[in-house]
Ligand binder design. Structure first.
Ligand SMILES: *Cc1c(COP(=O)(O)O)cnc(C)c1O
Length: 222
């Protein structure tokens, strides 16, 4: 018999609980973000029925096509933006999302600061760090963290933690450890790290938000 998405949700929650236990962490210190990019309402609704409310999308435009309707049916849905954000989409992002994980540069921080003032919102945000120093990836350089945090503060943006996407194909744990150390150095309590292949390791290394897509919904077509 084929496993359903709610079955996989239960397995992932069990694996998070198992890793919390190993790391002697409270279960409620880790939040699972179900990454529903490329998936449509038919894929998402079974998870809503199963009681899950925290979802992640990587594109503002895609989120606008499916979430307004779902959010009106499930008012307590919490939507996280986990993909790169263009400054000219900051206003739309502030309207659609409850948390933004991809602050990574001066122009975006200024645009989001203005958009949040205009909307009268103060969304919690993560600063994304290019932890493996890869040219093709989003995220700021480690050397720029302090200045960007200072700028976000002057814009009244609540940066709650750091986020990273470690290099593919190699052991992620050292990168998770480095992100945790950087967050501690800057007194930031939250860590957005860990995906389908490594969320258990991320939990052991202190992740407060794990972002899981394919392990939950199945492989994506693209
Ligand atoms: C797609 C995506 C994920 C989820 O990846 P999976 O390997 O499918 O779990 C997590 N974080 C970001 C930033 C993503 O774009």
């Amino acid at each position: 018999m084929m496993e359903s998405t709610p079955d996989r949700l239960a397995q992932i929650n069990a694996e998070i609980a198992h890793n919390c236990k190993i790391a002697k962490r409270q279960l409620d210190s880790v939040q699972l973000i179900a990454v529903s990019k490329t998936k449509d309402s038919n894929d998402i609704i079974p998870l809503l029925h199963a009681g899950h409310r925290r979802f992640g999308e990587n594109r503002v435009q895609e989120a606008q096509t499916k979430w307004p309707e779902l959010k009106s049916a499930y008012a307590d849905v919490e939507l996280h933006l986990i993909g790169q954000l263009q400054s000219n989409k900051a206003v739309d992002a502030v309207h659609m999302f409850d948390c933004i994980h991809t602050l990574d540069r001066q122009s975006l921080i200024l645009a989001l600061g203005a958009a949040m003032r205009e909307a009268g919102k103060n969304l919690p945000c993560f600063l994304q760090v290019n932890i493996g120093d890869e040219p093709q990836k989003g995220g700021c350089a480690i050397a720029d963290i302090a200045a960007l945090l200072e700028l976000a503060k002057s814009e009244n943006i609540a940066v709650v933690g750091l986020m990273c996407l470690p290099p593919a194909g190699i052991e992620a744990a050292p990168f998770f450890a480095l992100l945790a150390e950087l967050a501690a150095r800057h007194d930031l309590p939250q860590l957005s790290m860990g995906m389908s292949d490594d969320f258990g390791t991320a939990v052991q290394m202190g992740a407060t938000h794990v972002r899981v897509g394919s392990a939950l919904f199945g492989k994506r077509a693209v």
